[in-house]
Design a binder for this molecule. Structure first.
Ligand SMILES: C[S@@+](CC[C@H](N)C(=O)[O-])C[C@H]1O[C@@H](n2cnc3c(N)ncnc32)[C@H](O)[C@@H]1O
Length: 317
């Protein structure tokens, strides 16, 4: 299997992080090591990266690719929502920059057995950690198969609406409930077919199951909860002048990042009708990207996966 994964907005990440030769950085979603490679090169000769990922398979590839940097790179199997705890065991309490490149990697999407894609027939799994327990995830996450077969129709509607913004959530959920009375829904293509039959034909340019698959993946991996927790932990770990760069791929993630950054950057937290500011609140960050940075046409042409990427950067004060 081809396990190439082109890192998105890589030059911009290096531009914002301005890696220093004695700097310490966290790549909270090290994946296949693309961004980490660029950061380590820019931080030569002594800059260090802690590369975190939930996915042990990704870390195996990253280990191989990043071995040229020797001891300058430490890989950790865990959840970025707990990066403070993970780094504590390395006696690191503050860092010069942090990157979160959210979502799934090409390795995960293209591996038929992982069940992320309806382009391959595979068991409905979708767990980023493949069900392996680690220190940060002592309990195994549910598989997409368990969610689809064991949740009530109301819960499925909520998942599809909340995490997929799916207009036909109710119809899809009811068809799933009817179908599973006959036989359990165990594969990606079985689910994709049920979704296809539930929605009006020819309404959208994307595959009709795209939103449902996105919703299940986000739910199974608690992606939005991890993002909220990860952002709050990241800002506390940053040294003054350090940057937090976050690349998101859909509006649910981007909204969370934008609002969190705005909250941290607020100069006043007085109640709305207070005539004069009395709170003496100090913002903890300056937002360096008033609008999100998007990939240009050339990048999207080379790497179609980049087309929905949005980068936001906060600079710790
Ligand atoms: C888009 S890929 C990152 C690709 C990487 N930047 C590169 O250049 O190869 C996202 C990665 O984040 C990981 N991931 C997603 N949520 C995570 C979390 N809460 N904690 C740690 N890793 C996570 C996924 O397993 C996946 O490998």
């Amino acid at each position: 299997m081809d396990i190439s994964h082109i890192p998105v907005l890589c030059n911009k990440i290096v531009e914002f992080l301005k890696p220093k030769s004695d700097g310490v950085y966290i790549d909270g979603t090290v994946g296949l090591g693309g961004h980490s490679t660029a950061i380590l090169k820019a931080a030569a000769p002594n800059g260090h990266i802690f590369g975190i990922d939930l996915d042990a398979d990704a870390l195996t590839v990253a280990k191989d690719r990043l071995q040229i940097f020797g001891e300058r790179c430490s890989l950790i199997n865990g959840n970025f929502a707990e990066m403070n705890v993970l780094l504590e065991s390395h006696a690191v309490h503050a860092v010069d920059g942090i990157l979160l490149d959210l979502g799934v990697s090409s390795l995960q999407l293209d591996a038929p057995h992982r069940g992320f894609s309806f382009n391959h027939t595979a068991p409905l799994d979708m767990r980023m950690n493949s069900g392996h327990k680690n220190d940060a995830a002592p309990e195994t996450m549910p598989t997409a198969m368990q969610v689809v077969n064991n949740s009530t129709a109301d819960v499925l509607v909520d998942i599809f609406r909340r995490y997929g913004e799916e207009r036909f959530a109710k119809r899809i959920a009811h068809r799933i409930v009817t179908a599973r009375r006959h036989e359990p829904i165990t594969t990606t293509t079985q689910l994709a077919e049920i979704v296809k039959q539930s929605v009006p034909k020819g309404r959208s340019k994307i595959h009709p199951a795209t939103r449902v698959f996105q919703a299940l993946r986000i739910y199974v991996n608690a992606e939005l909860e991890n993002l909220m927790a990860g952002l709050d932990v990241a800002v506390t770990l940053l040294k003054p002048n350090g940057c937090l760069c976050v690349i998101s791929f859909h509006s649910l993630e981007d909204r969370i990042v934008k609002r969190r950054f705005q909250t941290w950057a607020r100069t006043c937290i007085c109640p709305p009708k207070t005539p004069i500011c009395i709170c003496e609140h100090r913002p903890s960050v300056e937002i360096l990207t008033k609008r999100p940075v998007l990939p240009d046409a050339t990048e999207v042409q080379h790497n179609p996966r980049a087309r929905s990427a949005k980068l936001r950067v906060a600079h710790k004060l």
